[in-house]
Write a protein that binds this ligand. Structure first.
Ligand code: HBI
Ligand code: FE
Length: 293
């Protein structure tokens, strides 16, 4: 939604904090079937690809295969585990609203589900992206703390005009992050784990760079919103991600104000390189023209 889409406050029927009732009983069987199709596909694909905290969260919340989960039900378990709750929103909400929810351990999830004909690509996060992609990681205490710290940092970044830097941190961790494990790289980012094709591309394709996570470096790196990422950043542990947010960002923001962006496909001399990508997919035109290997 464009920025002015937020100019006149929450849409009709939404509360001042942009939340709405999920209205679980009003989902049609066709909508439940879309969830089941997406769920079954990912549930088969992800063991051995998704990070353990994600798979454990999926089990703990029993995002069962019988259809779209009722937020009231999953919130009982989620609240008990980490104090988080999922709240329904009509779609993207303004940054300040978004950060305020996260800072209060409320995850705003789209209430709508994608159409059967847009199974593999949609512009705005729907309930599958948000609830299947994001919510299982919120059962992990360390990641739950990270997401709240992100919300608090977001409010500060807004005030300092550094939102675009912080949005990159969110993008390359919460949405498209990879975790290093003794068994190899595993996915924890919601944008990957909720996507059939990117769950394969992000780990297996020789095209993207895979680089060690560094907070300041990530904040200087633009990202793709319309196609697979050209670079993925790898963290050694969820704790290291939380630790990175517990430092004072003011000196970082001061240096960022003087630093140039790093070209999206570039590898810096200081980067820890897991994969030096070919960029073949992006150079062949990506989703429109390119084929994953
Ligand atoms: N709103 N519902 C919703 N979901 C998001 O992921 C979201 C948002 N508003 C703003 C936003 N994300 C990003 O701009 C921030 O992460 C920076
Ligand atoms: Fe998301």
């Amino acid at each position: 939604m464009s920025a002015d889409g937020f100019a006149n406050g929450p849409p009709p029927g939404a509360r001042a904090d942009w939340t709405i009732d999920q209205g679980w009983e009003s989902y049609s069987q066709a909508e439940h079937d879309v969830w089941i199709t997406l769920y079954e596909r990912q549930a088969k694909l992800l063991p051995g690809r998704a990070a353990d905290p994600f798979l454990k969260g999926l089990e703990a919340l029993d995002l069962h295969r019988a259809g779209i989960p009722d937020f009231a039900r999953i919130n009982e378990e989620l609240q008990r585990l980490t104090g988080w709750t999922v709240v329904a929103v009509p779609g993207l909400v303004p940054d300040d609203v978004f950060f305020d929810h996260l800072a209060n351990r409320r995850f705003p999830a789209g209430q709508f589900v994608r159409k059967a004909e847009e199974l593999d690509y949609l512009q705005e996060p729907d309930i599958f992206h948000d609830v299947f992609g994001h919510v299982p990681m919120l059962t992990d205490p360390v990641f739950a703390d990270y997401m709240q710290a992100y919300g608090e940092g977001g409010r500060r970044a807004l005030g300092l005009g550094r939102l675009h830097n912080l949005a990159r941190l969110y993008w390359y961790t919460v949405e498209f992050g990879l975790l290093q494990t003794p068994q190899g790289l595993r996915i924890y980012g919601a944008g990957i784990v909720s996507s059939f094709a990117e769950s394969v591309f992000a780990l297996d394709d020789p095209s993207p760079n895979r680089l060690g996570f560094d907070l300041e470096r990530v904040m200087r790196t633009p990202y793709r919103i319309d196609d697979f990422q050209q670079v993925y950043f790898v963290i050694p542990s969820l704790q290291s991600l939380l630790d990175a947010t517990l430092q004072d960002f003011a000196p970082i923001y001061a240096r960022l104000a003087e630093a140039r962006d790093i070209p999206i496909a570039a590898i810096e001399p200081t980067d820890k390189v897991f994969t030096r990508g070919t960029q073949a997919y992006a150079e062949a035109g990506g989703r429109s023209g390119g084929k994953a290997a």
